[in-house]
Design a protein around this ligand. Structure first.
Ligand SMILES: Nc1nc2c(c(=O)[nH]1)N[C@@H](CN(C=O)c1ccc(C(=O)N[C@@H](CCC(=O)O)C(=O)O)cc1)CN2
Length: 299
C-alpha cells in the first residue's frame, strides 16, 4: 500500500484564506481588527524564524501584529509587566510567549500570567480545564491543527482506536482530550509504556509526538492506519554539506508503505500550528466583542 500524503501546507493555506475573509468582514461591518501580540525572549534561532512567520502570516490575513523582542536576561518582573500591559490592551486579542524561554524564566508562570481569554496558545490551566470538561475555551494550536487534518480525512472518528505517543501539556494531553471528544477510544503512550510497538499496532489513528527522530517504524503500524507526525528534529543533511534536513517521529518512507494516510515532515502538521494560532486569535476577538464565531475554525 502507498499512503495518501496529507498536505498540511495546503490545508493551512485554506484556513488562512477563510480567516482573511472573516477578518475583512469584521473590519468592514464592525470596524474591528483582530490583534495578536507575540513575545520573544532571547535569540533562539528557531524561535526567531517561527516568530517572523507568525508576524508575516498575521499581517497577511489582515490582523494587527505586535511583536515584542526582549533581551535574554529579561527579568520575570519585566516580562510580567509587559504581559499585564497586553492583557489590558483592547487592541490585543491574543497573546503568546514563544517557547522555549531562557532557563531563568518559568514557562508555566508565564502562561498563567496571560489572561485566559487572550491565551491563544490554549496552554493555561483554565483553557486546559475547559477542554477537559468539554467546555468552550481556546484549544492548543498544534493539537487543534491535527484534529482538523484528521476530521478532513475521516469525517466520523467515533469508535476508532487512537494512540497518542507523548504526554506533554503542550501537545499530548490536549490531543488526547480532543480525540476523546470525537468519541475515539484513546490511549496515551509514553516512555514508560510497556510494549509501545504493540500498543501502536492496535490503533486506527497514530499521533506521534515524542521528539525522537523516526522512532515509529513500519511494523508498529496497522495496515491502513492514519498516521499524524508531530515531531520535528533537525539533522545535518546527509547529501548536502552545510545544509540541514528535518525528520519527524515517524520513519516516513517505510511507514508510507503500510499506512492509509500520513502527514509528511515538513509540510504536514507544522504549518497547521500557525494557521490555528490565527484561528484562535480570530475566535478570541469575536468572543471579546460578543460577535458570532467563525465556523469550522475551532471545536
Ligand atoms: N508559544 C509557543 N511556542 C512554541 C510552539 C507553540 O505552539 N507555541 N510550537 C513550536 C514552534 N512553532 C510555533 O511556535 C512552530 C513549529 C513548526 C512550524 C512549522 O511550520 N514547521 C515546518 C518546518 C519549518 C522549518 O523548516 O523549521 C513544517 O513542519 O513544515 C511552525 C511553528 C515550539 N514553540
Amino acid at each position: 500500500m502507498s499512503a495518501t500524503i496529507i498536505d498540511g501546507k495546503a490545508f493551512a493555506a485554506d484556513i488562512r484564506e477563510k480567516i482573511s475573509d472573516h477578518v475583512t468582514r469584521l473590519r468592514e461591518e464592525n470596524g474591528i481588527i483582530p490583534g495578536l501580540a507575540v513575545v520573544l525572549v532571547g535569540e533562539d534561532p528557531a524561535s526567531e524564524v517561527y516568530v517572523a512567520a507568525k508576524h508575516k502570516q498575521t499581517t497577511e490575513v489582515g490582523m494587527r501584529s505586535f511583536k515584542h523582542a526582549l533581551p535574554a536576561d529579561t527579568s520575570e518582573a519585566d516580562l510580567f509587566a509587559l504581559i499585564d500591559k497586553l492583557n489590558a490592551d483592547p487592541e490585543v486579542h491574543g497573546i503568546l510567549c514563544q517557547f522555549p524561554v531562557p532557563d531563568h524564566l518559568d514557562e508555566r508562570a508565564i502562561v498563567a500570567r496571560i489572561d485566559p481569554s487572550k491565551d491563544v496558545d490554549g496552554l493555561s490551566v483554565v483553557n486546559a480545564g475547559l477542554l477537559a470538561s468539554g467546555e468552550k475555551g481556546l484549544v492548543s494550536c498544534t493539537p487543534l491543527g491535527c484534529l482538523m487534518l484528521l476530521r478532513d480525512r475521516i469525517p466520523n472518528l467515533s469508535g476508532l482506536d487512537a494512540v497518542v505517543i507523548g504526554r506533554s501539556n503542550l501537545f499530548g494531553k490536549p490531543m488526547a482530550q480532543l480525540l476523546l471528544r470525537e468519541n475515539c477510544t484513546v490511549t496515551i503512550a509514553h516512555s514508560r509504556t510497556k510494549d509501545l510497538a504493540e500498543t501502536v499496532r492496535r490503533a486506527d489513528i497514530v499521533v506521534a509526538a515524542v521528539g525522537r527522530a523516526e522512532m515509529v517504524k513500519a511494523d508498529w503500524v496497522k495496515s491502513g492506519a492514519t498516521v499524524i507526525d508531530v515531531g520535528i528534529t533537525r539533522i545535518p543533511h546527509p547529501d548536502k554539506p552545510g545544509k540541514t534536513k528535518l525528520l519527524g517521529d515517524v520513519a516516513f518512507d517505510e511507514v508510507s508503505e503500510v499506512a492509509g494516510a500520513i502527514t509528511p515532515v515538513p509540510g504536514g502538521v507544522g504549518p497547521m500550528t500557525i494557521a490555528c494560532l490565527l484561528a484562535n486569535t480570530l475566535t478570541a476577538c469575536c468572543r471579546a466583542h460578543d460577535l458570532d464565531e467563525p465556523e469550522g475554525l475551532t471545536v
